[in-house]
Design a protein around this ligand. Structure first.
Ligand code: AMP
Ligand code: MN
Ligand code: MN
Ligand code: MN
Length: 277
């Protein structure tokens, strides 16, 4: 049987709209046979996803999407095939939950200064036991009619340089990669074109990432055109990184991104799943 892979998506454990069980069911309905759940900075959804995957008959790969700092910029590193019980990674996620709560308090404070009260209570309620993300703030701003789309919430309030932006010190890239590889996982640079780096900076990033033990790069993602796939594939080939594919699905409300709806990996790229045990 040929597997249909989707190696990047989010549940209510971070900023996804579906519970881990609903997410696995939806992936199955959309023809995915091997799904990696990769919530922001947490593995809290993995157990539920795994149970549903067993019941549904699809393969669940335990994953995470770690926020990491390199050269004072934030990068996302996807870990695939991680052991959720590996203590240093589990401990890191606990710290990240605290860091995210403290950041949320500061973001809410900044929104209050802009005469937008009530954000902290709302995002805490929406996130529940999960990670509080800027997506929760975007949804709050949308629900209160301060903006007319999630994108506008980022563009006007939450993105870097905007009034409610709070700079965060994430783990250094090397440490984040070490947590993943220590947990038996494969470290994959997420959505490489979203960082808007020049070719020279991309070269420096990928060199540092490989030196740290990174082995993969996302070549096919949810919102990417043929030219962009080619560009990402060129980076994979040049730096001898395995290619990954994942939708980065967050919500069924967004018609542009769907679980398993992905272009195929270019034939000259080593698929990252060949590295998964
Ligand atoms: P956080 O990790 O809490 O800073 O939130 C990052 C998440 O916010 C990303 O994973 C995206 O889901 C979302 N996000 C970041 N930037 C944007 C943007 N410009 N437009 C829409 N969503 C964004
Ligand atoms: Mn997200
Ligand atoms: Mn990301
Ligand atoms: Mn993501």
């Amino acid at each position: 049987m040929t597997e249909v892979y989707d190696l990047h998506c989010h549940s209510t454990a971070s900023d996804g709209a579906l519970s881990p069980a609903e997410l696995v069911q939806r992936a199955h309905q959309h023809g995915v046979t091997a799904l990696a759940l990769t919530d922001h900075d947490t593995m809290a959804g993995i157990a539920e996803a795994k149970a549903t995957a067993i019941a549904t008959g699809i393969r669940l790969i335990a994953g995470i999407e770690l926020s990491a700092s390199w050269q004072d910029k934030c990068f996302h590193i996807v870990g695939l095939g991680v052991d959720p019980a590996y203590a240093p990674l589990a401990q890191a996620t606990n710290n990240l939950q605290k860091i995210r709560l403290e950041r949320a308090e500061k973001i809410a404070g900044k929104l209050e200064k802009k005469r937008i009260p009530g954000a902290l209570k709302a995002v805490k309620k929406a996130a529940g036991d999960g990670m509080i993300t800027r997506t929760h703030f975007a949804d709050f701003l949308l629900s209160q009619n301060h903006v007319s789309s999630q994108q506008e919430a980022f563009d006007r309030y939450l993105a870097k340089g905007k009034p409610a932006y709070v700079a965060t010190v994430w783990a250094e890239l090397e440490l984040a990669v070490n947590w993943i590889t220590g947990a038996g996982g494969i470290a994959v640079l997420a959505h490489p074109l979203r960082y808007k780096l020049t070719a020279n900076w991309m070269k420096r990033l990928l060199t540092a990432f490989k030196d740290a033990g990174g082995q993969g790069i996302e070549v096919v993602t949810g919102r990417i055109n043929t030219d962009e796939i080619k560009l990402a594939a060129d980076y994979a080939a040049r730096f001898q990184l395995a290619g990954s594919m994942g939708s980065d699905f967050h919500s069924q409300v967004n018609p542009w991104v769907e679980l398993g709806r992905l272009a195929s990996l270019p034939g000259n790229i080593k698929p990252v799943w060949e590295l998964l045990g």
